[in-house]
Design a protein around this ligand. Structure first.
Ligand SMILES: [Zn+2]
Length: 163
């Protein structure tokens, strides 16, 4: 998997201290980031969109960054970003582990740069792009979000969501 080799504690000898200082919440956040695709919030959003009648392709390899949800009929893609890995601005889930600050700073900067590049490439190819954050889907009523998203999908607006 994409992030597997970066998980503290997986590097063998001498790495156990790293594990100890990453708190439980951060670690579970990181673990959910490992899966990347098909996360619980993503599944939840997909189910809701499907119930609204939208049909889509998942993780289309032909498109930059394999977008999470691709709606060909609407020429639209939706990325469901994990707040930790993709650095949701001012979000409480976008924590930074206490150790190896340079490592994490580099890692996060690379992720954000890659996300921006993918969105730009998608838009260059004529796709409209939406970014939805996991914290927007996690553990709350998502009717309003799904409603707004549905309105956006049917619109000709180029972008949806906040950075
Ligand atoms: Zn967030």
């Amino acid at each position: 998997m994409r992030y597997g080799k970066y998980i503290p504690g997986s590097r063998g000898k001498g790495s156990h201290n790293v594990v100890d200082v990453v708190d439980k919440q951060t670690r579970s956040r990181m673990m959910s980031g490992i899966r990347g695709k098909n996360t619980k919030p993503e599944l939840r959003l997909r189910r809701a969109l499907h119930a609204e009648g939208f049909r889509f392709i998942l993780h289309d390899r032909r498109l930059p960054g394999r977008p999470d949800i691709v709606l060909p009929r609407w020429k639209a893609v939706i990325e469901v970003h994990g707040c930790f890995w993709h650095r949701h601005d001012a979000c409480r889930y976008a924590t930074t582990p206490a150790t190896r600050p340079e490592f994490w700073a580099d890692k996060f900067a690379a992720n954000v740069a890659r996300d921006q590049a993918n969105l730009a490439r998608l838009q260059d190819a004529g796709w409209r792009t939406a970014v939805v954050w996991e914290c927007q889907i996690r553990g709350k009523n998502i009717d309003e979000l799904v409603n707004e998203l549905g309105n956006w999908i049917r619109s000709d607006s180029l972008e949806f969501g906040v950075k």
